[in-house]
Each structure stands twice: as C-alpha cells, then as structure tokens.
Design a protein around this ligand. Structure first.
Ligand code: ADP
Ligand code: MG
Length: 282
C-alpha cells in the first residue's frame, strides 16, 4: 500500500484568547480539536461545515501559517509541524493555496504576467523567454488567452481574477492544492465554471485537493471524500455519494437540508433545520 500524500493526525490548533489590553493572557481557544484525515495523491478531499467550524484553520496549519498545538501533519514523509515559522521553499512549491478573495491575494499594481512570472522565477529561476512561455501556458490551462498577460487585476472580472489566482498557484507545479472557499465570492454561474475548471485541472494534472467550503453543493463537483466539520471536530466522513445519499450524522443532514437541491428532508423539516442552523453559534 502506498503512503498517503498528506496525513493529519489528532491535530489541535489553538489561538490565544484575550484582548489587546492583555486581559486573559495565556488562555487559549482550540479552533481545531483533534482532527485526523489523510489525502491520497490525486484525491479530492473536502472539509465542509458552517462558518467558524475550523476549516480554514486546518488549511492554515497545513500551510505552516499557524502553529500546531499538538498532533501531527505529515506531507510526503515530512513533518510540517516541525517547520515552525521557516517553511522550506520546496514545501511551499508542493503545497499551494487559492483563497476566497483574489482581490486581496493578487497584487493590484502588478500585471497578471508579472505576478505569475515572479513565482516561476522564485521557484525555478527561469529566464525571461522561458518565463513568458510558461506564463502563457499557465493562463491557457485556466482558460485565459495571452491577452491577459498585460492586464492588471482591477481590469478583470471576479471569475477571471480567480482563474489568475489558480494559474499562479499551479505555476509551482504543486501536488496538493488547498482551495479555501474558492468560489464563495463569485456569482452562481461563474461558480460552476470555476468549479468545472478545478475539476478538470485535477484530472489533467493529477493534483490532490483539500477543498474547503461551507457549501455542500459546491463540494460535490470536486471531491471524492467529504469530511463534515462542526465546532473544531470532524463529525462525519464519507465518499461524496454515500454522504449525499445516506448521511449518518444529524448535523450532515442539517447541512444537506440547506443545499438547494433534492433533499432527503421534507419542507417542514428543512425549515426546522434552517432555524437550527441559524441558532447555532457562528
Ligand atoms: P472556518 O474557516 O470554518 O469558518 P476558522 O478556521 O476561520 O473557521 O475559525 C475557527 C475558529 O477560530 C472560529 O471560532 C474563529 O473565530 C477562530 N479564529 C480564527 N482565526 C483566529 C485568529 N487569528 N485568532 C483568534 N481566533 C481565530
Ligand atoms: Mg474559513
């Protein structure tokens, strides 16, 4: 049996509690309370759950952006928790991220070509001609023509900006792509186009995804396995098909009931579920 690409075991991530004035200093809040899962090479793995359930915190821990309080994160044999603040370039090359809002992740003062080119030069020290060729190639992969090389992010639509963010993430030839709410800022028709793109890129490039979303409907297109999170814990894991057809956990049923699609619950139950979701703490 081959080893998983990523193995997360009993992961706990804590944030310091307390105000700027220092009250409550030393106390911490566990945003992730002992989470375990593995991602195989090329697998689409989704974390789904309401806002505040700890999904992004897991993504940040894998990227080395927040410290691991306990437990472990092992990527291709390497102990990510042990990196501390010095995440090796070779690791950053292999694990890339696409965030929800490309307006904040892209530099508004640099052209699309410059931003993707910069990544290529940093990771592969490519020369000018080779960089230009690869930039066009990457833009082509995300469905954007050479016209976009000299555009600034402000000249693009939300969907185009997100495609640029994806192209930039792909520039390093990652093996794992973390997508944190990648379509949440987009309108519904653009959402499905970007999801289709992500789904086909995964197959074309043999990429593994950690796909984070509060929306179960969004996840179905891109994930083989879905883990449902609630308040820092995984409450149910299943293949996307079994989870949609026969959700075991009541919370999963609740989440499914807020998906605007044929639902296992009746109208009255859906209403009650929505009320319960609203009443749940953020
Ligand atoms: P999700 O991505 O599922 O919406 P997050 O991982 O962003 O959830 O947040 C999980 C919990 O951790 C929330 O209660 C949130 O308020 C808290 N949290 C997130 N970031 C920080 C931070 N930098 N400092 C303190 N608490 C945080
Ligand atoms: Mg989040």
């Amino acid at each position: 049996m081959s080893a998983p690409l990523l193995a997360v075991s009993d992961l706990v991530v804590s944030y310091p509690l307390g105000s700027a004035l220092g009250f409550g200093r030393g106390r911490t809040f566990d945003a992730v309370k002992g989470v375990s899962f593995t991602i195989e090479p090329g697998q689409g793995f989704a974390l789904v759950g309401e806002s505040g359930s700890g999904k992004s915190t897991i993504g940040r821990a894998i990227l080395g952006l927040v410290p691991v309080a306990s437990g472990s994160i092992v990527f291709d044999g390497a102990d990510v928790a042990a990196f501390g603040k010095r995440v090796p370039l070779a690791y950053r090359r292999q694990v890339q991220v696409v965030f929800q809002d490309p307006r904040s992740s892209l530099n508004p003062r640099r052209t699309v070509g410059e931003q993707i080119g910069q990544v290529l030069q940093r990771h592969f020290s490519t020369g000018r001609t080779e960089t230009e060729r690869r930039v066009c190639d990457l833009l082509g992969k995300v469905g954007l023509g050479a016209y976009f090389v000299d555009r600034f992010p402000g000249e693009l639509s939300g969907g185009q900006r997100q495609r640029v963010a994806i192209a930039r993430a792909l520039a390093t030839e990652p093996r794992l792509l973390i997508c944190d709410e990648p379509v949440s800022a987009l309108d519904v028709s653009t959402q499905s186009q970007v999801l289709n793109l992500l789904a086909s890129l995964r197959i074309e490039l043999g990429l593994a995804y950690l796909f984070i979303s509060h929306d179960l409907a969004v996840v179905r297109q891109v994930a083989d396995v879905v883990a449902v999170m609630q308040r820092g814990r995984i409450v149910e894991v299943g293949t996307s098909d079994t989870l949609y057809e026969a959700p075991a956990d009541p919370y999963t049923r609740l989440l499914l009931s807020s998906v605007p699609q044929p639902s296992p619950l009746g109208r009255e139950e859906r209403r009650a579920a929505r009320r319960a979701l609203r009443a749940a703490p953020a």
